[in-house]
Design a protein around this ligand. Structure first.
Ligand code: HEC
Length: 169
């Protein structure tokens, strides 16, 4: 008799366990569904908001305008560069070795502006850079392979930039 009762209890427990597990399963499914719905609604938020329909073109327009003004800026810079490039001709010696830092017409860039400096000043600066008296690695390295003659040439040419620029305007 006791065995029967125990068996009955065990059976009941088993049934209960099955039902409980099924319920848990459903719960999990529910949670999953809720999660899915939340995820979906998140995705739909930007689309579902009625106002965004009217806002989007505006913001898109704003971006386009920004891009436009940036393109304009770039164009301006290019035009300025082109303007500077065409101000007057420079020697290949200057263009190849110096223009990248001091500007195609000596207007300055990475290196200081050279327009308006005298031949003596430039020549002395070049000599000092080359000898290491005036310390600058870039100028020092650059001038190591240059002959005295080229330094004089460059000094003369750079000193003439101011006049050439005036003549070109
Ligand atoms: C890689 C960049 C670079 C190149 C290329 C370059 N320079 Fe320079 N130059 C500099 C910098 C930076 C200085 C500033 C150094 C300092 O004052 O210590 C300078 C300084 C000078 C100065 C002194 C200017 C002043 O106001 O005292 C002269 C002159 C000069 N450079 C001429 C030239 C010549 C000529 C060439 C071509 C042979 C040349 N540079 C190439 C970067 C460059």
């Amino acid at each position: 008799m006791v065995r029967h009762i125990i068996a009955a209890i065990a059976g009941l427990l088993a049934v209960w366990a099955i039902v409980y597990m099924a319920q848990l399963d459903r719960e999990v499914h529910k949670l999953q569904r809720i999660h899915e719905v939340i995820e979906k609604s998140k995705l739909e938020v930007p689309v579902a908001k009625g106002q965004t329909a009217s806002q989007q073109p505006q913001s898109a327009g704003g971006v386009a305008q920004k891009e436009e003004s940036e393109a304009e800026k770039k164009l301006k810079v290019l035009k300025e560069k082109a303007g500077r490039m065409s101000a007057f001709d420079v020697s290949p010696l200057y263009r190849r070795n110096c223009a990248s830092c001091h500007g195609i017409n000596g207007e300055g860039g990475i290196g200081p502006k050279l327009i308006g400096k005298s031949e003596e000043y430039i020549h002395q600066a070049l000599l000092d850079f080359k000898s290491g008296k005036r310390k600058n690695y870039v100028m020092y390295g650059l001038l190591q392979n240059m002959k005295e003659e080229q330094l004089t040439q460059l000094s003369q040419e750079i000193a003439s930039f101011a006049q050439k620029l005036k003549a070109s305007q």
